[in-house]
Design a protein around this ligand. Structure first.
Ligand SMILES: [Fe+2]
Ligand SMILES: [Fe+2]
Length: 275
């Protein structure tokens, strides 16, 4: 079991933010803005899944997961709140979140097809949790992704990335504890990955269009570098994406050291919630 600490983030998210907050780079800014737009709805769903999964466990199994589930819920609830504050700035800048209503529609479809079966919910949660764990590993080991970023926002992203890494096993372990099988784990992983990749692309393009920078050559040069360059997301994360499909995969095998170090070095910025 993982000991998950619920922390606060002592960062000012009230003062207005520069439009191209990520190093003046329109593409990197639009991409991270898109990701943030998915978090409030997505993370609420993860919280609900873990609550439902925990409620289905009994006796010692439930006791085994109780503290970890509480930590997971507390961390995701804090992420939601912080990204809502950040997303309010994006709205003020004229960006429109089309991803969130799409998430709501898909979750309604999931509810129609699977009802309240927690194993389905947890498989659909464990999949993006793996994707966010990959993204977090990427952010923590590729400083160029946030190079020149507004310091408040660099802190926000690296705190979120570190906690995603920290709680990467929770949904996966609960899915297994409830007897979730491999067929559905993989089927829903592929489906969730497809939706995630197409949604993040659509929202990024939309953000660039609203921003008026979609036709700049520098936008596409950065897109190529960020996605397909030698240290880009696709090349560096492809193996990690595939690894989830192996029968012997477990999220614990990922490197947790960088996240632990970041959280330890920034303890004053992200103090634990007491009580
Ligand atoms: Fe999160
Ligand atoms: Fe998460």
């Amino acid at each position: 079991m993982t000991d998950l600490v619920i922390r606060r983030l002592l960062v000012d998210l009230k003062t207005p933010l520069p439009r191209h907050w990520n190093g003046g780079d329109a593409f990197r800014t639009a991409l991270f803005n898109a990701l943030s737009m998915s978090f409030p709805a997505g993370e609420q769903f993860f919280i609900d899944s873990v609550k439902r999964g925990l409620a289905r466990l009994e006796g010692p199994e439930r006791e085994r997961f109780e503290a970890e589930a509480r930590g997971f819920i507390g961390q995701e609830a804090t992420h939601r709140r912080i990204h809502q504050l950040f997303n309010a700035h994006l709205q003020q800048q004229g960006l429109v979140n089309h991803w969130e209503p799409r998430i709501h529609r898909r979750l309604k479809r999931l509810e129609r097809l699977a009802g309240h079966e927690p194993r389905a919910w947890l498989a659909v949660t464990a999949a993006p949790e793996h994707l966010t764990a990959l993204l977090s590993e990427y952010l923590l080991s590729h400083p160029e992704a946030l190079e020149g970023a507004e310091p408040r926002l660099r802190d926000m992203w690296l705190w979120h990335a570190s906690e995603e890494n920290e709680h990467r096993c929770t949904a996966f372990d609960l899915y297994r504890a409830l007897g979730g099988n491999e067929t559905w784990r993989l089927r829903l992983y592929r489906l969730a990955s497809w939706h995630f990749a197409t949604d993040v692309l659509r929202q990024t393009l939309h953000n660039l269009w609203r921003d008026g920078t979609w036709h700049h050559a520098s936008t596409w040069a950065s897109a190529w570098r960020t996605l397909f360059g030698p240290r880009g997301l696709v090349r560096t994360q492809w193996r990690g994406w595939r690894r989830y499909t192996a029968p012997d995969f477990h999220p614990v095998e990922a490197d947790g050291g960088k996240a632990e170090r970041w959280l330890a070095e920034h303890a004053a910025l992200v103090p634990p919630v007491r009580g």
